[in-house]
Write a new protein. Structure first.
Length: 131
């Protein structure tokens, strides 16, 4: 039986690379409208990030529809079409086992906006100027 001789750093780089490949594949499927779903066809959806589990069996895709419109409907459509998307990712990725896809809304833009509002508050700006 072969031993796993990769270091934790190499393993984490592999996880990041596979996650990025899955993100590209999902983005391509959505841009080319290969998913035959009226909700997904009617929206531009960005796959902002894909986080893989260390064993590459789980993939959580963070998505955001253009302008944040109808996010719940888009997530529902993605979850409905998960089997097709998993099959396509598996075929294009070429791994021994296909990752199980989960879709989540991406809240990072909302969080960045909230932080920006906090930093632009006059009281906070005054405290920052003292430094």
């Amino acid at each position: 039986m072969a031993r796993n001789t990769s270091t934790p750093e190499q393993q984490s780089v592999r996880v990041l690379k596979v996650g990025e490949r899955v993100r590209h594949i999902l983005s391509e499927l959505l841009v080319r409208q290969e998913v035959h779903d009226d909700t997904l066809t009617g929206h531009s959806v960005s796959v902002t990030e894909v986080r893989m589990s260390p064993d590459l069996r789980q993939a959580t895709a963070y998505v955001k529809p253009l302008l944040g419109r109808d996010e719940e409907a888009v997530l529902k459509a993605l979850r409905t079409n998960t089997a097709f998307l998993q099959r396509e990712v598996a075929r294009r990725l070429g791994l021994k086992s296909a990752p199980k896809l989960r879709f989540r809304g991406d809240d990072s833009f909302d969080e960045a906006e909230r932080i920006e509002r906090l930093l632009s508050n006059p009281l906070v700006a005054r405290d920052l100027e003292d430094d």
